[in-house]
Write a protein that binds this ligand. Structure first.
Ligand SMILES: Nc1ncnc2c1ncn2[C@@H]1O[C@H](COP(=O)(O)OP(=O)(O)OP(=O)(O)O)[C@@H](O)[C@H]1O
Length: 723
């Protein structure tokens, strides 16, 4: 019954000659610096401009309340007043390609027979990849190396095999109590865990060499105990290691003869330079000589600095280069050769051959329904797809997780019975971000690793190094801050010669990003939004009951729009189903009532660690942190706040957003400076550093800082902007 009433209301709205909803809302622009926010209801379709609009009515609070109990009365006008989608004009470019495999087997190398049999029987690997063929002999000779090869090309074994070969053969035999002989630094905890597992497998026949991981999230005490017992191959995130260097007496590097920095460019990007300096000083203080290796799919100029301070007479290995250029002897001059040979081409990153890259231009208002339609198409109708969706903040991940789970999987409460048959079997939503407790992070990572399907919503915490088999689609819902990050994100699919696909979602104002990618020799093909939305025709949950028994016809554009509107309305109804979800979508809760008003599931799962910074706000904040050279593409002023709000299931643009990004007049910026409690962490690079650092924090501080956070938040006016 309720459904029928709702649908009629929606239908009335869609059929209204003026396109006006039954009731209109007034929306003031927020922050003053965004484009004037007009409710779409105020705007009539092109060609109808001579018709008089319906009289405006502003809703009082009590009217608003009563509307909540009639969820479908308010409907969405998604298809009006959107900016035109520009044509993509760019030349197709020749992408940089690398040969992943060689026909050479590991037995050609001078390796311990047990190591070879472990590679073939435990890892089930027969022939070497190009990067392994190039790197292993160099490292076996004891040389330093700087290694660049495409994502998913086997870099972990490229350093892991020679490391194990060298340590197992040491005389006298390594003792556990000797402490670290090798140190492997990686930017994230999940990558630390993954590298640890690979080392464990390689070390199977050499049980006296003990690997160990320090990655935060675990109790400091138990990590200390493990360090005391002895770890010979120590894998860690830089922050966590620095914490131990400063606070754990038993840690030492007297015998450390290997230093491996994986994702070396990322470790520098994150502002871990200071940490790296502390680590290098600690290593150098205890032992003079060491073999050093830096690796990444995207070695950028910044790494030359790290190479200068950490490498000694290194060999550069870049798989994309011609074979005769690959191995360069290095001397002091050689380092310069490295700078030019490795980085001359630095902006042209190799993309796996079987990775198909797509872009979709979507006006802000339609982003959410387009994402949902795409997920439906790939994960419900096509099946056998495993997908990762990247967002620019933890808060957005949490918010979209809840929203998509409720609306696509579970359905709204009133519809649950109807939906059960089509939902849960098809979707398994998971999420991963730096605001989650480590235990849950590890669980999610393991679950997604093992599963054959599913949709992982995540931040860039999952962008680097993670080897998640069978991922078929990478969606970048928010564009990454650099082409290098684009490469790493899409590199979670099409690994080791497999097929994969990626989709980048851009707003029309961001179209130039496609040319930027092309200037780095990255080719993307366009998928039309209408095509994606048309998959809603396959899902009758979004069907508008039509008069009579008229059959839905294929891809009738009008019906596609109607269905998209039904879906958007479901999102909006969910978001507006309680004060808490609305606030969660758009702005920080008032002090003292944080959390209580969030969906119960969220509170139970996350305690106090999430939700104290809204999804929309965090999106806007992240938007201001694109680097200066991309500001002409991603500028906050080109966003229409009302339209963006729709993509968060909000019916109106929020007003008085605290911590609005640093846009607007000098006066406003000054005013903000007077409110450091609200804004001090929102400025450009600092904010970015905050957001990113939270993803990669050592985890050492979790307990303390969370308590501190809670205390701070209790003070009136002290709303922390979480990262
Ligand atoms: N010689 C090989 N033959 C087949 N598979 C291999 C080989 N070497 C490694 N692999 C597998 O390839 C996958 C990717 O390897 P790895 O994670 O080391 O890639 P990577 O180059 O470090 O990627 P990224 O740049 O994303 O960190 C892993 O599942 C690994 O087990």
């Amino acid at each position: 019954m309720a459904h029928g009433r709702q649908s009629k209301a929606l239908k009335r709205k869609l059929q209204s000659p003026h396109g006006n909803p039954p009731l209109k809302r007034k929306c003031k622009p927020s922050g003053g610096s965004f484009k004037k926010c007009t409710t779409e209801a105020d705007i009539r379709e092109k060609g109808n401009s001579s018709k008089k609009p319906l009289p405006k009515k502003q809703l009082s609070d009590s009217q608003n309340e009563s509307l909540k109990s009639r969820p479908f009365v308010k409907t969405s006008s998604l298809f009006r007043n959107n900016p035109d989608i520009p044509e993509i004009h760019r030349k197709a470019v020749q992408q940089v390609q690398e040969d992943v495999f060689t026909s050479d087997s590991f037995s050609q190398l001078d390796l311990h027979p047990h190591l070879i049999s472990t590679i073939t029987t435990v890892l089930k690997i027969c022939s070497m990849t190009s990067v392994q063929k190039q790197t292993i002999p160099v490292l076996l000779q004891g040389k330093d190396a700087l290694v660049r090869s495409q994502t998913g090309s086997g870099k972990t074994l490229a350093y892991g095999i020679p490391l194990v070969q060298s340590l197992q053969g040491m005389k006298p035999k390594i003792q556990r109590s000797d402490g670290p002989y090798a140190l492997i630094l990686v930017p994230t905890r999940e990558l630390a865990l993954q590298s640890f597992e690979t080392m464990q497998k390689l070390l199977k026949p050499f049980a006296w060499v003990v690997p160990g991981v320090l990655m935060g999230g675990e109790k400091r005490k138990s990590e200390k105990a493990r360090l005391r017992k002895g770890i010979n191959i120590l894998i860690s995130t830089p922050g966590r290691l620095v914490d131990h260097i400063k606070s754990t007496e038993c840690i030492h590097f007297r015998r450390t003869r290997w230093l491996i920095i994986d994702e070396a460019d990322r470790i520098l990007d994150l502002g871990f330079e200071k940490d790296i300096a502390v680590i290098l000083n600690a290593l150098n203080a205890e032992r003079e000589t060491r073999q050093n290796v830096l690796l990444s799919a995207t070695l950028t100029e910044g790494v030359t600095r790290l190479a200068d301070i950490s490498l000694n007479d290194p060999i550069s290995i870049s798989i994309a280069d011609k074979i005769q250029d690959r191995l360069k002897p290095a001397s002091q001059e050689g380092k310069e050769a490295i700078s030019s040979s490795m980085f001359m081409d630095q902006e042209n990153f190799a993309v796996p051959e079987k990775l198909k890259q797509y872009v979709i231009m979507v006006p802000s208002k339609l982003r959410l329904v387009t994402l949902a339609a795409f997920i439906l198409e790939k994960c419900k109708f096509e099946k056998r797809n495993k997908m990762i969706v990247f967002f620019s903040s933890c808060e957005q991940v949490e918010f979209h997780y809840e929203l998509l789970l409720k609306v696509l999987s579970g359905g709204l409460e009133s519809e649950q019975r109807e939906c059960l048959s089509v939902s849960s079997a098809h979707f398994q939503f998971l999420r991963l971000h730096g605001n989650m407790e480590q235990e849950e992070r590890t669980e999610v990572f393991q679950e997604f690793l093992k599963s054959k399907t599913g949709i992982l919503l995540c931040t860039d915490v999952a962008a680097r190094g993670l080897d998640l088999p069978q991922v078929t689609w990478i969606i970048q819902y928010n564009a990454p801050a650099s082409p290098a990050e684009y490469i790493h994100r899409i590199g979670r699919t099409a690994r080791i010669g497999c097929h994969g696909n990626s989709l980048l979602v851009l707003a029309p104002s961001e179209a130039e990003y496609v040319s930027l990618l092309a200037s780095h020799k990255i080719n993307v093909s366009e998928i039309k939004m209408e095509k994606v939305l048309s998959s809603l025709m396959k899902d009758n949950r979004f069907k508008l009951p039509r008069s009579g028994n008229k059959k839905s016809c294929g891809t009738d554009p009008q019906e596609v729009r109607e269905r998209a509107t039904v879906l958007q309305t479901k999102f909006e109804n969910y978001v507006h189903s309680s004060e808490g979800t609305v606030r969660w979508a758009k702005k920080a809760p008032l002090c003292g009532e944080r959390q209580q008003s969030y969906p119960r599931s969220l509170r139970l799962q996350h305690g106090a660690s999430v939700g104290d910074f809204s999804a929309l706000q965090s999106f806007l904040c992240a938007y201001t942190t694109y680097p200066r050279n991309l500001k002409h593409i991603f500028h906050i002023k080109s966003l229409h706040l009302g339209h963006v709000a729709k993509s968060f299931g909000l019916r109106d643009a929020p007003q008085n957003l605290s911590a609005l990004p640093a846009v607007g007049s000098k006066k406003k910026i000054k005013a903000r400076q007077k409110r450091p409690d609200l804004l001090k962490k929102t400025h450009g690079k600092h904010r970015l550093a905050e957001i990113l650092r939270s993803e990669y924090s050592s985890g050492m501080d979790t307990g303390v800082s969370k308590v501190k956070k809670k205390k701070k938040q209790r003070k009136p006016g002290n709303q922390k902007i979480p990262t």
